[in-house]
Design a protein around this ligand. Structure first.
Ligand code: AMP
Length: 229
């Protein structure tokens, strides 16, 4: 029997560690890590029409409109490398986006396998965002206190230059967290009702969280394999 596609949605506030965990899981699972924030930042860097539109929202810490995000991510998911599944990070971010994703997958007889929710307190989130540095080249994430690069301001993996995201600055970071609690937190209930939510304590060491995610994914995989065809 071939393995069923594996769609995983990581949820949690900005700074909860979704990107860090998704990058660790990507290779092991053999499915692409799709970060809506990275896709938008790439569009901004290229100066495309989408990038210009997205920037006006991102600079304020607000969400890019649902219809724009839904089109962008569903197009990405329709590509060949996502047919075996995907690890979604940053999308969906509103119940409307979640419904659109469910409908698009359902049309192809697919479903979400698991929604790990990385739980981190507000104080910790602010502390993490303010110390976060990112590789300009490979997007690896560092924290100057908790997960510092070996060489000051250079990426351990590719040697790329590290930079601080503008929207991680205190005022914008605070607004992003407010937006998260108002617009994204309702997703937690949405996925809890669907029986897919698994709460994960996101305040532990990166490796400990990674191991818990791996075991949750293994369980979800086993129960999917046992589903009727
Ligand atoms: P992130 O890197 O996930 O924190 O995303 C950075 C910014 O991109 C957010 O603050 C939003 O402005 C925008 N963004 C990313 N993903 C979405 C989404 N699914 N819906 C709306 N806006 C998004």
């Amino acid at each position: 029997m071939g393995e069923r596609p594996l769609y995983i949605v990581l949820i949690g506030a900005p700074g909860a560690g979704k990107g860090t965990q998704a990058a660790l899981l990507e290779e092991e699972l053999g499915i692409p890590h799709i970060s809506s924030g990275d896709m938008l930042r790439e569009a901004v860097a290229k100066g495309t029409e989408l990038g210009r539109l997205a920037k006006s929202y991102m600079d304020k810490g607000e969400l890019v409109p649902d219809e724009v995000m839904i089109k962008l991510i569903l197009e990405r998911l329709s590509m060949a490398d996502c047919q075996k599944g995907a690890l979604l990070d940053g999308f969906p971010r509103t119940p409307e986006q979640a419904k659109a994703l469910d409908e698009a997958l359902a049309k192809e007889g697919k479903t979400i396998a698991l929604v790990p929710y990385l739980k981190v307190s507000l104080d910790k989130l602010l502390e993490r965002l303010s110390g976060r540095w990112i590789c300009r080249n490979c997007q690896a994430v560092y924290h100057m206190v908790y997960n510092p690069p070996k060489d000051d301001k250079r990426c351990d993996i590719c040697g790329g230059e590290l930079y601080q995201r503008e929207d991680d600055r205190p005022e914008t970071a605070r607004r992003r967290l407010e937006v998260y609690f108002a617009q994204t937190a309702p997703l937690i209930e949405y996925y809890r009702k669907a029986g897919l939510l698994r709460e994960v304590d996101g305040e532990r060491a990166i490796e400990e969280i990674h191991q818990e995610l791996r075991s949750l994914i293994e369980k979800a995989r086993e129960s999917k394999q046992n589903d009727c065809p």
